[in-house]
Design a protein around this ligand. Structure first.
Ligand code: NAD
Length: 360
């Protein structure tokens, strides 16, 4: 009897549905060779949900996600909602989902495929062999802190956002980063702004306390401004970058561009509840509906699902390898600057699936 896994899919907006179609096709193709069965359920999130129900995500959808074995998300965001109040913006679906699922640990690997070494904005000698992992705290910090909002005072309007972290929140994400570093090259760079922010001073203290339980892992602290600079100066110095929610959001986008395109980067969000897997990129309204989106971030997000949720590390590695093989054959979408044949989302996805199946 094959193992049944329930996957909740939230295609979302823009290029979300296009890349989701490739992710689902990949899982369907892998079911038989892996002796697994996947049961897919789909729901609306983001702008698509605002259109239909006037909310970015429904409570019912949270319940359905909690009852699944894994959630796969495309992307959310539509320019028409840019002026909406925060609670009626598509992106609110993402924040709500992360909080409801309690997925506080966001993993964003940035690995450079050899063939893309010239697609990176950095010179070959600085970038060849890049393999770093951003471990971003996902359920706290500036994106969730209260008070938050725009208030009117006598002298005018004030915008308020609050960065707050409890020591438990810091400790649990720090433990994850140290555990992951143990399985990698054994180095954690904890990124903060401890020279200015009180919250960062606590962050640094708790990370130091946690480090005592991982003596074999090297720990260094780095200020966020320096880290942003070091990522373009000498990115190969990093193994695991541990950081809070907003800093991680920014640094992981920066790291993604080093790998050639934001369309390459997957993510996994793990924690107390159902894990959530999604490409790092957004809904890319500028190319939506044109078969131009790079599906690789989605394919690699499926690989992370197989690895972290379903103990199928070999299949995950096979997907990564298939992506590399197809790129080496020259097939690519427009966001990747390599020689070869420009193809659409659908064709690139199909070629990757064919290549994975050859190796299983
Ligand atoms: P974006 O990631 O959507 O796009 C940035 C640039 O990268 C665009 O030029 C786009 O065409 C390109 N790009 C992104 N993904 C690509 C892919 N797979 N293949 C080829 N090119 C790709 O970021 P943005 O333009 O700042 O935001 C657009 C919308 O997405 C906004 O509403 C934003 O809030 C939302 N957003 C959502 C998420 C998410 O759902 N996780 C993340 C970031 C932004």
């Amino acid at each position: 009897m094959s193992e049944l896994k329930k996957i909740m899919t939230l295609p979302g907006d823009g290029i979300g549905p296009e890349v989701m179609a490739q992710g689902v096709a990949l899982l369907q193709a892998l079911a038989a060779p892996l002796n697994m069965s996947f049961e897919f359920s789909e729901d609306l999130a983001g702008g698509a949900c605002l259109h239909e129900y006037n909310v970015p995500i429904r409570d019912k959808t949270y319940s359905r996600c909690k009852n699944a074995d894994a959630v796969l998300l495309g992307a959310v965001g539509l320019p028409e909602f840019d002026d909406n109040p925060t609670h009626l913006r598509p992106e609110k679906a993402l924040l709500g989902l992360r909080a409801e699922l309690g997925v506080f640990c966001n993993l964003r690997p940035a690995q450079l495929y050899d063939i893309l070494v010239d697609a990176s904005p950095l010179k070959k000698e600085f970038i060849a062999g890049l393999d770093l992992l951003v471990v971003r705290e996902l359920c706290g910090g500036l994106y969730f802190g209260e008070p938050s909002g725009i208030v009117k005072r006598e002298s005018g309007r004030f915008g308020i956002s609050t960065m707050t972290y409890g020591e438990q929140e810091i400790r649990r994400i720090a433990i994850k980063a140290f555990e992951l570093a143990q399985k990698r090259r054994g180095k954690v760079t904890s990124v903060d702004k401890a020279n200015v922010l009180a919250v960062s001073q606590l962050w640094r203290a708790v990370v130091n306390e946690t480090a005592a339980d991982f003596p074999e892992v090297e720990l260094e602290h780095m200020l966020i401004d320096n880290c942003a600079m070091q990522l373009v100066r000498n990115p190969k110095q990093f193994d695991v970058i541990l950081t809070e929610n907003m800093f991680g959001d920014i640094l992981s986008d920066e790291a993604s561009q080093l790998t050639g395109s934001i369309g390459m980067l997957p993510s996994a969000s793990l924690g107390d509840g159902t894990p959530l897997y999604e490409p790092v990129h957004g809904s890319a309204p500028d190319i939506a509906g044109q078969d131009k989106a790079n599906p690789i971030a989605m394919m690699n997000s499926v690989a992370m699902m197989l690895h972290y949720s379903f103990e199928q590390g070999q299949a995950a590695a096979a997907i990564n390898q298939a992506v590399e093989n197809v790129l080496q054959q020259g097939f690519h979408t427009g966001d990747i600057q390599i020689e070869g044949k420009l193809v659409g989302t659908g064709e690139l996805g199909e070629r990757i699936i064919e290549e994975v199946l050859k190796s299983l």
